[in-house]
Design a binder for this molecule. Structure first.
Ligand code: ADP
Length: 422
């Protein structure tokens, strides 16, 4: 099967978010953890490559995305998407703009759009300004992000220092007039030499207009939501084949485990709700791990019966996270926990567990790498932006879902496991 649509995401849970939304169309979607070392062989009509380059040095991010682009082109892709966070996480140096420019150069694309809007999750763009719920971006909690503090809400001003040429706007009044009007606006800006266009969107209807107007652009950029309407449009045009059933459903048999390294408010509630259901639970303590390693956790895991669904979690309230960080350093504390959860994942697989529910963006990356997952076939969504995926690990078929911090309802873990019950 040849690939038609190729997307590159700047982190793993961003990639699964995009994958879940695209798979709503019924088209087969495959996700790769990093650029595959082997050239493309069997590929899906929609291929997503997850990188880890949101805060990488610009040169590294550009090189990584260019090699992802090269792989996707060799897989046959003809339309491309650069996926970043719906809060436009970046600094004046990058990486959103420099990567977009590099991809445009490689593709010979004269213009692209930037639309991080995600109305279902409260991200909207009006007159070039990005809102998180009802707050301007720069007044939202993103203003204090440790790596990419967002101190301006205006996407034109945010993008300008990141790119080498003019940035323009197609505003909501234009989008509201429909795809023809938007196409005309893009052509007008192109005639003025504007290669980078921010496009307003406040509701899902706007995203449909944008997708319709931009379906033939070689490169689009944005959050996951603006890509969501694209597969349906291409299906209607015969450019994408319909999916042939839910691949991988049979592969999902076997005992399950929940691994949680996210400390978000929602994950804390999800862990508490799951434990309240009576599942065997083990809390990891970073200080204990630092002193004694993960042996005790592995021992506990080996004693859990196959028909139980154990949860191993480092999830904790902000006070105890801070206490561990004060003792060990923020990075070291994170690494120790990620390593322990990754070791538990491998042990669980070796003991025959085949269903993995993982909470936390960084945690997901660590677990995915430890399980040596190269490719994920994307299945049904458990919650918006969180699909079940099917993969191979150590020669075994497994089902795995990777949930970033605040996604999913309180019952997320039970919801996920319930969906795989025969
Ligand atoms: P999220 O998606 O919620 O941001 P991540 O997995 O990306 O979750 O990030 C959470 C980070 O916090 C990880 O590096 C994880 O190892 C670390 N961590 C988890 N539990 C603790 C804890 N109790 N103390 C300190 N750090 C922790």
């Amino acid at each position: 099967m040849t690939t038609f649509f190729g997307a590159i995401a700047d982190d793993l849970t961003g990639a699964t978010d995009l994958a879940g939304l695209l798979a709503r169309s019924g088209v087969a979607v495959s996700l790769r953890m990093g650029v595959p070392s082997a050239p493309p062989q069997t590929t899906a009509p929609v291929e997503i490559i997850a990188l880890k380059c949101r805060t990488a040095p610009v040169d590294e991010a550009v090189a990584g995305t260019r090699s992802a682009l090269d792989w996707l082109r060799r897989a046959g892709a003809q339309r491309f998407f650069w996926k970043y966070c719906s809060t436009f996480d970046s600094t004046p140096r990058g990486n959103i703009g420099p990567v977009a420019e590099a991809l445009m150069r490689d593709l010979g694309a004269g213009q692209t759009i930037y639309c991080p809007a995600f109305p279902e999750n409260g991200r909207s763009i009006f007159m070039g300004n990005l809102f998180v719920g009802e707050q301007p971006l720069a007044e939202s909690p993103m203003k204090d992000h440790p790596l990419t503090p967002m101190r301006d809400s205006n996407l034109i001003r945010l993008l300008e220092p990141q790119v080498g040429s003019a940035v323009g706007l197609a505003n909501r009044l234009c989008v509201a007039r429909g795809p023809e009007a938007l196409r005309a606006r893009l052509a007008e800006l192109k005639a003025q030499g504007v290669a980078h266009v921010i496009v307003d969107a406040v509701a899902n209807d706007d995203l449909h207009v944008i997708a319709e107007a931009c379906r033939d652009l070689p490169l689009m950029t944005g959050g996951s939501a603006v890509a969501m309407p694209l597969p349906k449009l291409w299906l209607e045009q015969g450019l994408l084949p319909e999916a042939s059933g839910n691949r991988g459903r049979d592969m999902a048999r076997g005992p399950a485990i929940v691994l949680s390294g996210s400390c978000s408010a929602m994950t804390n509630a999800q862990v508490a709700a799951f434990i309240a259901q009576g599942h065997p639970a083990l809390q990891l303590d970073p200080l204990d791990l630092a002193g004694n390693g993960a042996g005790a956790a592995l021992g506990w895991l080996s004693r859990q019966p196959g028909d139980a669904v154990p949860i191993i979690y480092a999830t904790a309230r902000p006070e105890s996270v801070r206490a561990a960080q004060d003792r060990l350093g923020r990075e070291r504390a994170g690494e120790i926990v990620e390593e322990a959860l990754a070791a538990c994942a491998v042990a669980a697989r070796d003991q025959g567990r085949r269903q993995f529910v993982v909470a936390g963006g960084e945690t997901s990356g660590a677990v995915g790498r430890a399980l040596e997952i190269e490719r994920l076939d994307v299945g049904r969504e458990i919650a918006p932006g969180v699909p079940w995926c099917f993969a191979e690990s150590g020669g075994h078929p497994i089902a795995i879902t990777l949930k970033s911090g605040n996604f999913g309802a309180e019952s997320f873990f039970e919801d996920a496991l319930g969906m795989l019950d025969p």
